[in-house]
Design a binder for this molecule. Structure first.
Ligand SMILES: [Zn+2]
Length: 324
């Protein structure tokens, strides 16, 4: 009996021993390690972090601050975030006021932050789209535009680690090539959707840049704004009202839209309200079978995220065409 008791106590003790609060996040513990020789980069979103990982390769260790399904528009600092900022050799943010949660925004401004969107905007303001009072921050949805971030990331890493400048330049060049191929692939994919079917209705206003780049051919096929509609505005925390629903129904009927796209990190409540209202008025509309990634992503890289989005859009819109 005594032997049996010890037999149970030892694994129980070891369980208690290992269950310290830190062990729920061993990866973070590794990233925080002050002994690490790598460049520690804190990316606000997975999209920013993904580009830095590609350029930095083995020389960087990147942590994403706003990961999983969290909303970058409204994210506020939580316990432990300030320590991450202190540990980071470089902070890379999307910018253009995407990260506008008050506490995060203040800390980003105080830190050594590379605001990707703002740096590109300073060089080429004409490439960005207005939204409400400011600029639309979702510029990662146009691969050709987001790829302009790469030289700034290369430059920032070279400044921190000048001994390996050449490596960052080479990897940056390779990434630009990959992104150029991706951009081309998405354009080809979208061109296979008949123009009259290229209408995107999504939860919130994240796909303006996508519509401009991929749903119309350089404006030759009409205004991209007609090909895109989002009931929840710029930030996904808005409440949808009866007037918004009626506007959507008008858009759906006018353009013969048959599918609305859900986004992975946004509640489907508003979309379901729209579907109910449509069905009540005898308008045919359905929800996409697969969610799109807008402000967060479930893929391991930015490239895979955009591959996913473009495949889902093509599939959903073309399936509808095939069904007719
Ligand atoms: Zn958004």
């Amino acid at each position: 009996m005594r032997f049996l008791r010890i037999f149970w106590i030892v694994p129980l003790l070891s369980l208690l021993w290992f269950r310290t609060p830190y062990d729920t996040s061993t990866d973070l513990q590794k990233w925080m390690d002050p002994q690490s020789k790598k460049i520690h980069v804190l990316g606000t979103t997975r999209m920013c972090a993904s580009l830095v990982e590609k350029v930095g390769g083995d020389r960087v260790h990147v942590w994403t601050l706003i990961d999983e399904d969290l909303d970058p528009h409204s994210y506020q600092l939580v316990k432990g975030d300030k320590e991450k900022f202190r540990r980071a050799d470089l902070v890379v943010a999307n910018g253009l006021h995407l990260e506008h949660g008050r506490s995060l925004s203040a800390l980003l401004k105080k830190s050594k932050t590379l605001f990707l969107g703002d740096r590109i905007y300073a060089q080429s303001p004409g490439l960005f789209l207005p939204m409400d009072e400011g600029l639309d921050p979702h510029f990662w949805m146009d691969v050709s535009l987001f790829s302009k971030s790469v030289p700034y990331i290369v430059e920032a890493l070279q400044q921190i680690d000048p001994d390996h400048s050449g490596e960052y330049a080479i990897r940056g060049g390779e990434l630009l090539l990959e992104l150029d191929q991706l951009d081309h692939k998405i354009r080809v994919r979208m061109s296979k959707i008949p123009l009259e079917k290229r209408y995107l209705v999504t939860s919130h206003d994240a796909f303006q840049y996508f519509a401009r780049r991929y749903l119309v051919d350089n404006g030759a096929l009409g205004d991209f704004k007609d090909h895109f509609f989002a009931p929840e505005g710029v930030s996904p925390d808005g409440q949808i009202g009866a007037i918004d629903i009626q506007k959507i129904i008008q858009h759906v009927v006018k353009n013969r839209v048959l599918v609305v796209f859900a986004e992975s990190n946004i509640s489907k409540d508003s979309l379901n309200k729209i579907l109910e209202a449509c069905h009540a008025q005898g308008v045919e509309l359905r929800l996409s079978k697969t969610d799109l990634y807008a402000d967060s992503m479930g893929e391991e890289s930015y490239i895979k995220m955009m591959e996913h989005n473009s495949k889902v859009i093509q599939q959903e819109l073309t399936l509808e065409y095939g069904d007719e």
